[in-house]
Design a protein around this ligand. Structure first.
Ligand code: M6R
Length: 359
């Protein structure tokens, strides 16, 4: 049950630090090495390209996985929407391997892709929260998220668990390939940092509630911006807000603002800027200033080593590749309090089902 929590979503947000520690327990041995089934590691090693297939929040977790696999394991990685890919299949590489990301393991849009790629003879790994699910049973390999049941329609702990498992698999593959970047990437330490960073935000709930009121109490629209991994988390933070509070929210690559979107900025238009990427932090800040110059209201969520006076939220130390593990907790709580304050049923937003079993 949800115990003393008003909604499952808030309970599930709070569980994320525990899930990070659980992933370390389940996937790491005493020496801190990632333990994967040998046949799975072999299949991954033989692939010349990974295709991550997913929908919704799981697709957003897949986007965060792309740079993890490419930078830690040196393997080209595409992230695709099942509903698009299955019917408009692009030219594939010679030895593709498919990774299905799905909390429920029952998403029909992803399953139709698995049916097709299996018929073509390509290997598949499903990463899911439900080990007995259709996608887990029908793929060659399955890994679990160990996030515990996720009841709220808005996915929270499954997203962070998916990114955690992607990091573990990328580390294992990169280590098998002797990639220097994988050697330097201490995944056990990063999962512990993620848990600490998440907990620090969870401990600031009142502050996040105030920020949600200030930014979104009455607005009809909102924007989330960032670059690189911060762009990917912008997409997920926007989905959370639209899904449960019915605010029209969009995530944008910050650099694209001036190519059109900035025309939408009016007095008090809320814009959340994620600033955790050292390469582009100053550019994203400049985009925030352009928004402010047009009357928009900017909430800055910054990495502690990139933070400036006046930033509304500063997150704890974490590898920039994994910053969404922490920054999304702010996005989740902003969405939660906006929905809650507007009096909605946070766990059961209108028009939505927990798992989408039709195409
Ligand atoms: O069970 P899955 O991860 O395959 O579900 C995919 C999407 O339907 C799901 O993430 C959906 O977008 C959530 N309601 C988002 O919070």
């Amino acid at each position: 049950g949800k115990g003393t929590y008003p909604f499952y979503m808030l309970k599930e947000v709070d569980e994320q630090p525990v899930v990070m520690h659980r992933l370390a327990e389940k996937y790491l041995d005493a020496k801190g090495n990632v333990v994967l089934p040998a046949d799975l590691l072999d299949a991954l090693k033989q692939a010349d390209r990974l295709y991550i297939v997913a929908a919704g929040t799981s697709y957003h977790a897949g986007l965060v996985g792309k740079p993890l696999f490419e930078q830690l394991a040196g393997i080209p990685t595409e992230v695709v929407l099942g509903s698009e890919f299955g019917y408009h299949m692009p030219m594939l590489s010679k030895k593709p391997m498919f990774i299905f990301l799905s909390q429920s393991g029952e998403t029909a849009d992803s399953r139709q892709v698995l049916v097709k790629t299996k018929a073509l003879g390509y290997p598949a790994l499903t990463i899911t929260n439900v080990g007995t699910s259709t996608l887990a049973r029908e793929a060659d390999f399955a890994l679990e998220l160990y996030a515990g049941p996720e009841i709220a329609v808005a996915s929270t702990k499954a997203y962070t668990a998916q990114i955690g498992v992607e990091a573990l698999v990328a580390k294992a593959l990169g280590t098998a390939f002797n990639q220097p970047a994988a050697k330097q990437f201490d995944v056990a330490h990063q999962l512990a940092l993620a848990a600490d960073g998440q907990q620090a935000l969870i401990d600031q709930k009142e502050h996040l509630h105030d920020l949600a009121k200030d930014m979104f109490a009455t607005t009809r629209n909102a924007f989330f911006i960032g670059r690189g991994t911060d762009y990917f988390v912008s997409l997920e933070a926007a989905l959370k807000l639209k899904e449960i509070s019915y605010v029209q929210a969009e995530g944008f690559a910050a650099g694209e603002l001036k190519h059109g979107t900035i025309a939408l900025i009016e007095d008090n238009t809320p814009v959340v800027a994620f600033i955790t990427d050292p390469v582009t932090a100053e550019h994203t800040r400049a985009n925030g200033q352009e928004v402010q110059a047009r009357g928009g209201k900017v909430l800055h969520i910054a990495a502690h080593d990139l933070a400036k006076d006046g930033d509304e939220l500063v997150i704890g130390d974490i590898d920039p590749l994994l910053s969404p593990l922490v920054t999304i907790v702010a996005g989740q709580l902003l969405a939660y309090y906006t929905s809650y304050d507007r009096g909605y049923d946070v766990d059961k937003p209108r028009n939505l089902a927990k798992s989408v079993t039709v195409e």
